[in-house]
Write a protein that binds this ligand. Structure first.
Ligand code: DAT
Ligand code: MG
Length: 149
């Protein structure tokens, strides 16, 4: 649907490397609509909650430590097909497998430092949006999308 929403986060390495504008630019120029955004330094507990489904993985502790090591930019983007489309802008989990043209394919090399997060499906999108944002943190505004029919 037109009002599909996904959760995108610029991770601590992305903010530290000065890539906030670069990453937002790619979502914005694609034609998705930014409906919520904030910058924050996550606690260990917030990082654990965000990655709870990976708690049995050997890299979980390192992942949580990394995700709570600096500032993240938490965002909700809206638009037709934005969950899949957002994953495609982000690229594959391992930057070595991410195609050039994707954020990870263009801007990073390490799986543990892959600069950006994107929800992987409708359930995780809904869950992650609820985890990071309250109802009153969303802006209602009109963007202009061309429609060809
Ligand atoms: P994605 O971020 O593409 O959704 P994921 O949900 O499988 O990937 O994993 C979450 C993050 O965990 C990922 O962005 C980087 C880290 N990670 C995944 N696999 C890893 C591995 N084999 N070694 C180290 N970190 C890993
Ligand atoms: Mg994931």
């Amino acid at each position: 649907t037109k009002n599909e929403r996904t959760f995108i986060a610029i991770k601590p390495d992305g903010t530290a490397r000065g890539l906030i504008g670069e990453i937002i630019h790619r979502f914005e120029r694609k034609g998705y609509k930014l409906v919520a955004i904030k910058i924050l330094h996550p606690t260990k507990e917030q990082a654990e909650a965000h990655y709870a489904d990976l708690s049995s993985k050997p890299f979980f502790n390192g992942l949580v430590k990394f995700f709570s090591s600096g500032a993240i930019v938490a965002m909700v983007w809206e638009g037709k097909g934005v969950i899949k489309g957002g994953r495609s802008l982000v690229g594959a989990t391992d930057p070595a497998q991410s195609l050039p043209g994707s954020i990870r394919g263009d801007l990073c090399v390490e799986v543990g430092r892959n600069i950006v997060h994107g929800s992987d499906g409708p359930e995780s999108a809904q869950h992650e949006i609820k985890l990071w944002f309250k109802e009153n943190e969303f802006a209602e505004w009109n963007s202009i999308q061309p429609v060809y029919e």
